[in-house]
Write a protein of this length. Sequence first.
Length: 573
Amino acid sequence: MLDALATPLWRWRNSVVHAAVTPSADSPVQYIDVAHQAGLNVQNVWGGVDHKRVIIETKGSGIAFFDYDNDGWLDIYLTNGSRIDADWPSGKAPTTHLFKNNRDGTFTDVTEKSGIGRSGWQTGVCVGDYDNDGWDDLFCTFWGHNILFHNNGNGTFTDVTQKAGLAQEHGRWGTGCTFLDYDRDGHLDLFVCHFVKLDPDKPLTSDDMKFCQWKGVPTMCGPRGLPGDTNLLYHNNGDGTFTDVTEKAGILKPGPRYSITAVSYDFDNDGWPDIYVAVDSEPSMMFQNNHDGTFTDVAVMTGCAYNADGHEQAGMGIGVADYDCDGWFDIFKTNFADDTCDLYHNNGDGTFSDLSFNSGVGINNNYVAWGAGFIDYDNDGWADIVQINGHVYPEIDKYNFGETFKNPRLVYRNLGNGRFDDVSAKMGPGITTRFSSRGAAFGDYDNDGGMDILILNMNDYPSLLHNVGGNKQNWIKLKLIGTKCNRTAIGARARIITGKHIQMDEVHSGTSVMSQSDLRLHFGLGKIDTIDAIEVKWPTTQKIERFTQVKANQILTIREGDGIIATQKPRTT
């Protein structure tokens, strides 16, 4: 990464970071769980409720916000699981679900009509238009056999896994996934994580259910002591099919790992997408793009494999943002209890520094942390952090460990000076109510300008946290459409310039924990009502389009080469 940074193709580092936009003194924002009123009436099923016998029962799964019907409103995809030894009556097994946004704050279950419902242990999900037909497709990982759902553009989906060359002869434990165009040929490639080798094609036996101890309490075992698995990289052939290039691309060189979540951003500003992988109980991985179809894991040398003390951690989820607006993407990684989550600051010289304690996010260590994201919940122009928690051992509620199975969520407000403040207790019942949660997705489901949160709660109903008050300050939202680059515009980077304050983000697939958030890019503007400039850099051509004097509080659709092709005002009721 050091060599790549020596001569970056596009250096967007900001020499001055004094903000024209300043964080608010005290957030007026509240998060209210409106899942029931919105019609999200499907309960998650995942392993035992009061006791877990094997590691698959503890892991849980992701969740997704995505606009499957291209109407400009976020729809919801819910993963689901099963129970060990369950013998479900015909047609009664839990399935995945697709909910259509009715544009009035409610959703309709369209699973049956869409053909997307599946039973089994579905763990991860990511979105991208792999065939560039204008409709975003869905890739789903399972403890079992992964599925690529082709979006037919008429409200239905077709399983094209076999046809696309993504079928595996033997089942594996897939976890996170991310679409990316690693060779910049305009077609989305696919990276798939795998966790441990636990054969889903044969019944679990008593040998798989041996017990270990955690703080002297008998619990299920894992992952340490279990064989790790390897990840996969598929190259898109441009004809609807993929080729496994894992070994050729260097993805196997780090060896087996307990990989959970992957995300792709251009971390070194060289114009090529890299891949960061959160790994449980082992060093996390940073695959640097070598520009020739290969990658090198540089996490150890760059400082984002371990924590500041050089220790391995139980990495779960990932959030990425340029939180200090210096022109380089930083990483927030969630970990297990009795440890802190990491805030890796990108130093802009090929290295990262773990600033968890310096920044103020290292104050909580009694939660098992999963989903995570940087979102500007109060639209003040600075990316805040949301952390989703849930323990893995229901048994701990019987003991006085200072930890519980169900936990509140955490919100850290960005103070604009490199530090964060834990404001969780002030953020309303959607944050303080306790669940054992896993996946989380972030997006503005009602298009009112406030960033909302979708959360998967283990063996419970999902949470849909509506942002109340966030849209009192100004904002802008960008829907990017590629023409020469991939249609979803994954890898496209946008900068929002307001005086000396410069924000940036990239369209990305995957992230949080095994989940998919809104593909649109959202930026808070504080009190500023006119943006000096919006710059969009398209990934295949590396060309930059610039738009000046843009009014705030709009959703802009920008198509590569055609400029702003549509504007949408926010929903006000």
